[in-house]
Design a protein around this ligand. Structure first.
Ligand SMILES: [Zn+2]
Length: 420
């Protein structure tokens, strides 16, 4: 495969429309063709692309290598009052892998069909938003606009693999402090209806392995105190709770996935032979806990399940997020007020939700900054991480217009409490 061969001639199904394609769509499709896909994302290609964009926009771009080979890029448009806190427009550059055999088109071809649907990994998550930020800023700078607050566009690696070598490390970096951020926008999800979904918090991911030790012995006997008996009780406790939460979601009309705790048993380990009762078995669960749940009480519940299941049972967390910061969506909050009223003025309906999975926003909120997860994609099926991920060019272009209004409004929010 030739690297960076991404001229507009690539990708079928576009004949006849290329000539009048909006340049913003062409740029989006070019970016989609960069293979920033795990497990070996071509981050250098993304950085070359962003360098070129920064040049075109006439804004400086800073690169901070947060971990070896993991660079965060920041383009900065300085405001007329840089003492005020800045606005962060965040996006990640990486995308998740594909099962090419399930795709209608090359997942990195950015093919546009006759209806204007653009197919590629990252069309929704979240290369669209990256290009929408860039194109909105391009239009605003071209019009000679200036705003009070400084605007940073940040491009981070490794969001799709947990953000450990990306945003999680960068928020603790002195360079992050220096950005003096007041408010952040980051990714959200598509909405299949007319409304736009916005996310003001996330569930806390907890990954746990429960270890059940027991008496070993010959497979022909009734050995007491076996690992498997304990394992069964542990599995029952976790999955009974799963069922309760599922019912809570099913019977309530106003609940979404972000409002309940999900529990899934994802791994089981143990045993050496058919006729040997093992001395140990263990089981792992993926849990996602909404901000409304008291996490200390929740862990007590897990402890009780372990005690009830028998002697010597222990557990260990592979991931245990304790931060439950949410971003204010009160009308009295100047950031939310500006965000929501600007959307309202564009006749957009907003649906406020807790994000069901995890994004880099959780690291931003964890250091005490307000962040809203928002990807302006309505009337669009939710296809992130799915086969045939696509986005219609009209929805994409409308999103640029949305940011053309949102960015100036946010960057002109008057000094808030604690600002000079
Ligand atoms: Zn994403």
């Amino acid at each position: 495969m030739l690297p960076d061969k991404d001229g507009p001639s690539m990708g079928g199904g576009t004949q006849g429309t290329e000539g009048k394609e909006d340049p913003s769509v062409t740029l989006f499709r070019e970016y989609l063709r960069l293979r920033t896909v795990h497990p070996a994302p071509d981050y250098d290609a993304a950085l070359r692309f962003l360098d070129r964009i920064a040049n075109e926009l006439g804004v400086p771009m800073k690169k901070v290598e947060v971990c070896p080979g993991r660079v965060v890029a920041i383009m900065t448009w300085v405001g007329t009052n840089p003492a005020l806190r800045s606005i962060l427009l965040n996006s990640h550059t990486d995308v998740v892998p594909v099962y090419q055999e399930h795709w209608k088109y090359d997942a990195f071809g950015a093919v546009k069909d006759t209806e204007g649907n653009i197919y590629a990994r990252g069309t929704q998550d979240m290369k669209s938003v990256t290009i929408q930020y860039i194109e909105a800023i391009r239009r605003l700078t071209a019009e000679g606009k200036r705003f009070a607050r400084t605007i940073h566009m940040m491009f981070v690696p490794d969001e799709e693999v947990g953000g450990h070598k990306g945003m999680e490390t960068f928020v603790k970096h002195p360079e992050f402090q220096q950005l003096n951020i007041g408010f952040a926008l980051d990714e959200g999800l598509a909405n299949p209806e007319e409304a736009f979904t916005v996310f003001y918090g996330e569930r806390s991911p907890w990954w746990i392995t429960v270890r059940c030790p027991g008496s070993p012995g010959h497979g022909s006997r009734f050995v007491e105190n076996t690992a498997a008996e304990k394992l069964r009780k542990i599995i029952n406790s976790f999955l009974d709770f799963r069922e309760q939460e599922k019912q809570r979601l099913d019977i309530s009309e106003c609940f979404t996935l972000g409002d309940v705790t999900t529990v899934n048993m994802t791994m089981v380990n143990g045993g050496v032979a058919y006729n040997v009762i093992p001395a140990e078995m263990d089981v792992s669960f993926d849990m996602r806990i909404p901000p409304t749940v008291n996490l200390l009480e929740f862990e007590e519940k897990i402890k009780k399940w372990c005690q009830e299941a028998g002697e010597g049972i222990t557990y260990k967390f592979a991931q245990k997020h304790m931060d439950q910061n949410t971003t204010s969506t009160e009308d009295s909050d100047p950031w939310w007020n500006t965000f929501s009223s600007t959307c309202k003025n564009m006749n957009m309906t907003l649906k406020k939700e807790i994000f069901p999975a995890a994004t880099d926003s959780r690291f931003i909120r964890a250091v005490g900054l307000p962040a809203i997860g928002f990807s302006p994609m309505n009337n669009t099926p939710i296809l992130l991480h799915d086969h045939n991920e696509h986005l219609n060019e009209k929805v994409f272009l409308r999103g640029i217009q949305v940011y053309e209004k949102l960015i100036p409004a946010l960057a002109n929010v008057p000094a808030v409490a604690g600002e000079a």
